[in-house]
Design a protein around this ligand. Structure first.
Ligand SMILES: NC(=O)c1ccc[n+]([C@@H]2O[C@H](COP(=O)([O-])OP(=O)(O)OC[C@H]3O[C@@H](n4cnc5c(N)ncnc54)[C@H](OP(=O)(O)O)[C@@H]3O)[C@@H](O)[C@H]2O)c1
Length: 232
């Protein structure tokens, strides 16, 4: 992909999303990085100041259906080369299907699975036909084939994300786009914790590389940040 392409990163204010934002900027891309509270997104704001106008930070809360549905219209007709729908939550601390309330599971499923695909569907017409990539930060925990138990609610939310993404892929056939369900590694972020195996820098560099390499592939694959295939 050439320089000065445009990437949209949903949930860019901390963790993996911030790392990916930093990397795309360093590679000369224009970046739209969303935050729930742009005024409080200190590290994104600092990047914005030094970006020479290449970074913008719109507000987007993935738990708000109206914001999700209205977001594409705020792009002002821009064509996007790559999208990374990255925002996600780990769900209630008890992590148990036997304890979860309808409200808790509704909130988890909406943010991790429904809103990402709903947003991507509304963005598809803004993504460059031919080379455009729509990527989702999924997780190996969403793999049904590799499910070793534990974290059952979070796993279910990422499995649902993968399933919905495959459905979207079928729907978009003929548009010459590429979809990627990405496992970022077990990453040292607020969600991954301090003992996680992979740094934000390594995960972000891998994600950026996988997204760029998938450009033009016109397929939907489940890949980790090193490009390795993950079983569905
Ligand atoms: N870390 C890992 O080991 C790991 C492994 C596999 C997959 N993942 C996935 O990778 C993605 C990023 O995780 P991370 O480790 O970087 O987590 P993180 O440090 O906790 O960051 C989560 C990001 O998602 C945003 N977010 C959460 N709820 C949101 C909402 N309702 N609307 C908009 N944005 C929202 C957060 O914004 P706020 O600051 O406003 O909360 C933040 O930018 C997630 O989808 C996660 O499930 C992470």
């Amino acid at each position: 992909m050439a320089e000065h392409h445009l990437v949209l990163i949903v949930g860019g204010n901390r963790g993996i999303g911030l790392g990916v934002t930093r990397d795309f900027l360093a590679q000369g891309w224009d970046v739209i990085a969303t935050a729930r509270q742009p005024a409080k997104a200190g590290e994104l704001r600092a990047l914005e100041s030094s970006s020479g106008g290449r970074l913008t930070i719109p507000q987007l809360d993935m738990s708000d259906p109206e914001k999700v549905d209205g977001f594409a219209a705020t792009l002002g007709g821009k064509t996007i080369d790559a999208v990374l729908v990255n925002a996600g939550v780990s769900g209630p601390a008890h992590r148990s299907a036997s304890e979860v309330t309808p409200e808790e599971i509704g909130a988890l499923m909406f943010v991790n699975a429904i809103a990402p695909v709903r947003l991507a569907r509304s963005l598809a017409g803004h993504v460059r036909s031919g080379t455009g990539v729509i990527a989702f930060t999924s997780s190996v925990m969403g793999s049904v084939a590799d499910n070793s138990g534990g974290h059952e609610l979070y796993r279910a939310s990422k499995a649902a994300l993968n399933s919905l993404t495959r459905g979207l892929w079928g729907e978009l056939s003929g548009r010459k786009l590429t979809l990627v369900s990405l496992h970022p590694g077990w990453v040292r972020t607020d969600m991954g914790g301090k003992s996680a195996a992979v740094s934000v820098e390594d995960s972000a560099a891998g994600i950026v590389s996988v997204v760029q390499k998938q450009s033009g592939a016109h397929q939907h694959r489940f890949l980790d940040y090193t490009g390795k295939e993950i079983r569905w």
